[in-house]
Design a protein around this ligand. Sequence first.
Ligand SMILES: Cc1cc2nc3c(=O)[nH]c(=O)nc-3n(C[C@H](O)[C@H](O)[C@H](O)COP(=O)(O)OP(=O)(O)OC[C@H]3O[C@@H](n4cnc5c(N)ncnc54)[C@H](O)[C@@H]3O)c2cc1C
Length: 293
Amino acid sequence: MVSFAQGIDALNQSMSELRDIDVSFEFFPPKSPKMEETLWKSVERLAPLKPAYMSVTYGANSGERDRTHDVVKRIHQQTGVAAVPHLTCVDASKEELRQIAKDYWDTGIRRIVALRGDLPNGVEKTEMYASDLVALLKDVADFDVSVAAYPEKHPEAPNAQFDLLNLRRKAEAGASEAITQFFFDTSVFLRFRDRAAAAGIDLDIVPGILPVTNYQTLIKFAGFTNVHVPGWLHRQFEGLDEDDHTTRNLLGANIAMEQVKVLAQEGVKHFHFYTLNRSELSYAICHMLGARG
Ligand SMILES: Cc1cc2nc3c(=O)[nH]c(=O)nc-3n(C[C@H](O)[C@H](O)[C@H](O)COP(=O)(O)OP(=O)(O)OC[C@H]3O[C@@H](n4cnc5c(N)ncnc54)[C@H](O)[C@@H]3O)c2cc1C
């Protein structure tokens, strides 16, 4: 019988044998000079790891698309890392989207994360879904297109199968990669990857990893994104709201490291990190994965 300790040894040994792991990092546009400083420090710290790309979100309906453009262009020009804008279609006309895509192509951007975006309050239907945006982008130029995927189902989808068929439409429209919503039950991701393969979905399914540093924010976020927070995770952070950052960072890093170890063992070769503009945890996890530039 293999003991638990032997299992952990084998897992750690397998980590030291990992090769060709790709990572990518997601940032959001800063809203204040202090946040701006944090963002650029993080970009500078993570760029030497030579990620596949660094992506920058755009808050749908925020009307602040220019800030995403600015961060993307600066990453592109200053770091030598491929910069990838997120683009939402819920709040722009087709003509605007075509123009934005052309501008990106002309500045050397070759990948876009194509999203619908959340519907504004009171709106139930939209003219365009993400699959329509993928088709529009591919029509403008031969972009590599990433899309979103939801191992625990998108909150609006009536059921998991409906959502999976939507992912297939995004693949058929020309996407090459799907980045998942964050998750904590690793088996949920693995089952989702199997179901996508069984449905003939020809996409690289990249797990979105959220290293948790702020538990209360996580709970809020998990609530409206339909992400299950397991009891064991609640218990790990219980009572630490007032504790210093170190304890919480250590726990967050440990949880994410265990998650990526299992995923790497299951053949995952590309990890996407929701950095929340911080570099410490993502850097440590990448180092463990052997992604060192
Ligand atoms: C990796 C990642 C990055 C993200 N980045 C951003 C960002 O930068 N900015 C931002 O605002 N949001 C972002 N989001 C959130 C995303 O915009 C929301 O989850 C949004 O509600 C759905 O976007 P989508 O691209 O998945 O939409 P879609 O794939 O269009 O799906 C949206 C919903 O509509 C359903 N649907 C699809 N087609 C149809 C149809 N024809 N008829 C009826 N229903 C349909 C789907 O099943 C799903 O429930 C991100 C999410 C992820 C996972």
